[in-house]
Design a protein. Structure first.
Length: 309
């Protein structure tokens, strides 16, 4: 009798495991997997999908709309169950998301929105205005509410970066003694951040602070300042990578705001699973996750865009 029960229990467990493994495949597509932020999105989505019993296909489009559309066409042909997408271009991606939906494949967008509703199952983004405002307040405080500063934007072709810049100025422009001497687009990269900062230092050697639209740009600015022997310049940014964490701990970066890359991706997978298995749609199509202000007091809790509370 005991043996029969054990065999029955084992058979049920095997059946449940097989059922979980039969959930199918989720496509996870982000910008570039060699970028720590996007790699963390892919990690968060993959780990959650596997925990829920899905296989995953992880791909990158490298900001190429044509490549993104071709990969989505292939996914439709392979009949994936659902798609987690950090899209290549907000407006240009609408057609591809519609095409997947018409093929019966739900799409959850993360990080970057599209300008229409009722196409994606959900759109999960970061509260870039909140993130920008928080780091700008730290910046103003550390500057003593006065002094010459420069802004290095991350990529003005990206609405997220435009929002961050607007939030910076909503805070900083309240202080008449905060004087902007330069505002340049550093294209979101460390190399361009260093190049632009080198140029600003040549034109404005008396600059006292730099506020940056993302982490790589901030790290580039820090590299330029270090090369120039300017440890007196206050630098802040947004993203929250491991490299930024280390720069905060070292005092080279006064503060950053960590974007919850793994959390938004995992949430997207959870909503896909609820829809695929139960037919449940999220209560809201658009949801924003707050950024987490990182300074020397809590930098140790940051790992791969995940905050360990």
């Amino acid at each position: 009798m005991t043996l029969r029960l054990n065999l029955l229990t084992a058979a049920c467990a095997f059946s449940l495991a097989a059922h979980a493994a039969d959930k199918g495949t989720l496509l996870i597509m982000v910008n570039a997997l060699d970028n720590p932020y996007y790699a963390s999105e892919a990690k968060g989505a993959t780990e959650k999908a596997k925990a829920l019993g899905y296989k995953t296909s992880v791909l990158s489009h490298n900001e190429d709309v044509k490549k993104q559309n071709e990969l989505i066409d292939t996914a439709i042909g392979k009949k994936v169950q659902g798609i987690i997408l950090d899209n290549a271009d907000s407006t240009a991606s609408v057609a591809a998301v519609k095409k997947a939906r018409q093929a019966g494949i739900p799409v959850v967008l993360i990080n970057r929105e599209i300008p229409v509703d009722d196409v994606a199952l959900a759109q999960i983004t970061h509260n870039n205005f909140q993130a920008g405002s928080e780091v700008a307040n730290v910046f103003v405080e550390d500057m003593g509410e006065k002094g010459k500063y420069a802004e290095l934007t991350c990529n003005l072709a990206d609405n997220n970066c435009v929002t961050r810049s607007k939030s910076f100025h909503q805070v900083i422009d309240q202080y008449p003694e905060m004087v902007s001497v330069a505002r340049q687009d550093a294209k979101g990269t460390l190399i361009d951040g260093k190049r632009v900062m080198d140029s600003i230092l040549q034109a404005h050697p008396d600059v006292k602070g730099v506020i940056c639209g993302n982490g790589p740009v901030a790290l580039g600015a820090i590299a330029a300042l270090k090369a120039a022997g300017r440890s007196d310049v206050i630098v802040v940014g947004i993203d929250g990578s491991n490299d930024e964490r280390d720069a905060v701990k070292a005092g080279a970066l006064k503060a950053t705001v960590m974007l919850q890359a793994q959390a938004i991706a995992a949430q997207g997978v959870t909503w896909l699973d609820n829809y695929l298995q139960k037919g449940e749609k999220p209560a809201r199509q658009r949801v924003m996750f707050r950024g987490i202000l990182i300074n020397q007091d809590n930098a140790d809790k940051v790992q791969d865009f995940n905050f360990k509370s």
